[in-house]
Write a protein that binds this ligand. Structure first.
Ligand SMILES: Cc1ncc(COP(=O)(O)O)c(C=O)c1O
Length: 398
């Protein structure tokens, strides 16, 4: 049974200057990503037949399964943050401010110091950290929760990183990574922020804005009218924070409605919105959703500042909606293109299905004005990062 809430803290024009550590406006984010050899903008697909079948006017999908050959968007954050970290170290030690080409030269010649980068992950962020560390000839140690799939562990090891599987949840892996990093002098590249760890998570969130910049580049002048509702799947809330910042700033006067989608088993934003009196709360779910990337029990406190003031609606769904969404992407309607979308990647479509179909949500659907005149933006945040489960899901009928 889905759970949901409108956001009583939502502001039409939030003043982000009041948030500490706002790095979203940094002007080197998109140029940094574009300077990488592997860079290609990921495509924006239109699924017109699926839109008609579901009862909305248009569905656009930004396909992040094709990002950097890593099957997920996450390396946008890890690469930008590690680059900022190394630049700040070089500047502190030598007084030199590296431009992007100078950073790439320095990193390429192995002249940027020697670090061990460490993080907790459900899979994709850890792979992004490991990939960046390998590119820069650095070491990476990645902590994963006990229910991690072998394919996701292998994906991280294939980037040359060490993987430590913790006997606990994602939240417990975060705690263990932080204490081991402190003891060993490693650098934490965490995508979630908590007291004492804010700077790097702020750069990671900022790195995700490249997704929204690319959408604007692809749509050009059409962008402001191309979609009116955006579904964002949420783990700790960093991607949702990037969307909230981006659209409240860049679409100030024509802001799309922003909808957060979480698994019921890890509904930390919904729990916070409903019961936190403005503060974060931990999900009461057991963090065992099939949507592994969203299995996070505690919001990032920095991301919370943005989602609390920028998102319109929060919902939590059972895994079955994600299974159906994976199948709908993989077995397209009419002339729609096929998309390979993993458990968390399909969560945005899963949220849309739940809103359009559930009787319990009919008044929310009306208030959100979701219907044949709506144009919806979804982000396919991952491809088949667990190929075995992916195959099982898309080859099963109901
Ligand atoms: C595929 C996928 N989608 C969405 C998310 C959610 O991102 P965030 O944790 O920033 O909310 C994650 C997080 O790891 C992910 O792996």
């Amino acid at each position: 049974m889905c759970q949901f809430s409108f956001n009583p803290y939502c502001e039409l024009h939030p003043d982000w200057e009041t948030v500490s550590l706002n790095t979203f406006g940094s002007d080197d984010i998109f140029p940094f990503h574009k300077s990488l050899d592997v860079y290609q903008p990921t495509p924006l697909r239109s699924l017109g037949s699926l839109a008609s079948a579901i009862g909305v006017g248009e569905i656009l999908v930004k396909d992040e399964s094709l990002r950097f050959g890593l099957k997920a968007f996450k390396a946008l954050g890890a690469s930008y943050a590690i680059h900022r970290f190394i630049k700040s170290r070089v500047e502190a030690e030598t007084g030199r401010r590296l431009s992007i080409p100078e950073f790439l030269d320095t990193a390429g010649s192995g002249d940027c110091g020697s670090y061990t980068f460490c993080t907790a992950t459900d899979g994709n962020h850890g792979r992004g950290v490991a990939w960046t560390a390998r590119w820069l000839n650095q070491r990476a140690v990645i902590y994963m929760p006990r229910n991690s799939s072998q394919a996701r562990i292998d994906g991280i090891r294939s980037e040359g990183a060490e993987v430590v599987v913790v006997d606990g949840t994602y939240d417990q892996a975060v705690t263990k990574a932080a204490s081991d990093a402190r003891r060993n002098g490693w650098v934490i590249i965490s995508d979630t922020s908590y007291p004492g760890n804010m700077g790097i998570p702020s750069w990671i969130m900022a790195g995700y804005t490249t997704i929204f910049r690319e959408i604007d580049d692809i749509l050009g002048d059409q962008s402001p009218s191309a979609f009116d509702t955006v579904f964002i799947q949420v783990g700790v809330g960093a991607l949702a924070a990037a969307a909230a910042w981006y659209y409240t700033v860049h679409r100030r006067n024509r802001r799309p409605r922003l909808i957060s989608v979480e698994p019921l088993a890890a509904d930390c934003l919904l729990e916070s919105i409903r019961f936190g009196c403005g503060d974060t709360r931990t999900s009461r779910g057991d963090q065992d959703s099939m949507m592994a990337g969203l299995n996070c029990g505690t919001p990032s406190i920095l991301a919370w500042e943005y989602v609390k003031r920028g998102m319109d609606f929060f919902m939590a769904i059972p895994d079955d909606y994600s299974r159906r969404a994976m199948r709908l992407f993989y077995h397209p309607c009419g002339d729609d293109p096929r998309l390979v979308s993993g458990e968390s990647g399909a969560a945005g479509l899963a949220g849309l299905l739940a809103l359009m179909e559930s009787d319990k949500m009919s008044s929310a659907r009306e208030q959100l004005d979701l219907g044949p005149r709506s144009s919806v933006l979804l982000i396919n945040t991952e491809g088949d990062t667990d190929p075995v489960n992916f195959r099982n899901v898309v080859t099963t009928d109901a």
